[in-house]
Design a protein around this ligand. Sequence first.
Ligand code: AP5
Ligand code: MG
Ligand code: ZN
Length: 218
Amino acid sequence: MRIILLGPPGAGKGTQAERLVKKYNLPHISTGDIFRAAIKAGTELGKQAKEYMDRGELVPDDLVVSIVKARLTEPDTAGGYLLDGFPRTKAQAEALDASLQELNTPLTGVINIDVAQEELLERLTGRRVCRGCGATYHIKFNPSTVRSVCDKCGGELYQRDDDTIETVKQRLEVYHRQTEPLIAYYQQQGILHSVDGAQEIDEVFQEIVQFLDKFVNS
Ligand code: AP5
Ligand code: MG
Ligand code: ZN
């Protein structure tokens, strides 16, 4: 399966991806995670990306596209993958289409996680992420058993630099302007499937699974 998770910041892409890649044994390709890892490692890519991320802006298309293209040629993607947070501009979507056409590996489906704007601010400002394994929590909606400690690996939970109110507002605006048009883009291709992301985490997961189970062998 070659799947895209689409949706605004805080929709639950990462949360659902964590569960989906386990169930379907797929590599999880999150461009946001790739950039955060590069920042942590202090690489040139990290320095470039950080400038944009801290402002809540998108990293330039050419940079993102070349990273994803390279990633999609790695052997672990041969059996499929889950893209999280890519593409998020029309130019990225077109570049991905061209590249997949060349590889003769069409997308299986695009899952749009639909959540109203009002919900997203609380989700993002209450999010906590594990420094060790990257697992995602929420202080109210999905708390860890012990405060600030990851249930899965015992790592320390932290708040992302771009989860401040000001940056979140900017990210939501950027989403509406640059990423939301992709809903229509994939609808036109006939591969879009929207799920109601305002439900409980487990309910959203079940809805996605119901859709994906049809493609288990593709
Ligand atoms: P990225 O890391 O992709 O961030 P994002 O798209 O803004 O999305 P988030 O990770 O914030 O949200 P999510 O949907 O994963 O939600 P989560 O599951 O964590 O990108 C960061 C930055 O990198 C961008 O701003 C940009 O600068 C750059 N970048 C990345 N990709 C790029 C690209 N392709 N092009 C250009 N630049 C790029 O959930 C959020 C919270 O809600 C959590 O606390 C969670 O526990 C909680 N939650 C989840 N589901 C539910 C639910 N059903 N009910 C209640 N709470 C829930
Ligand atoms: Mg995420
Ligand atoms: Zn952890």
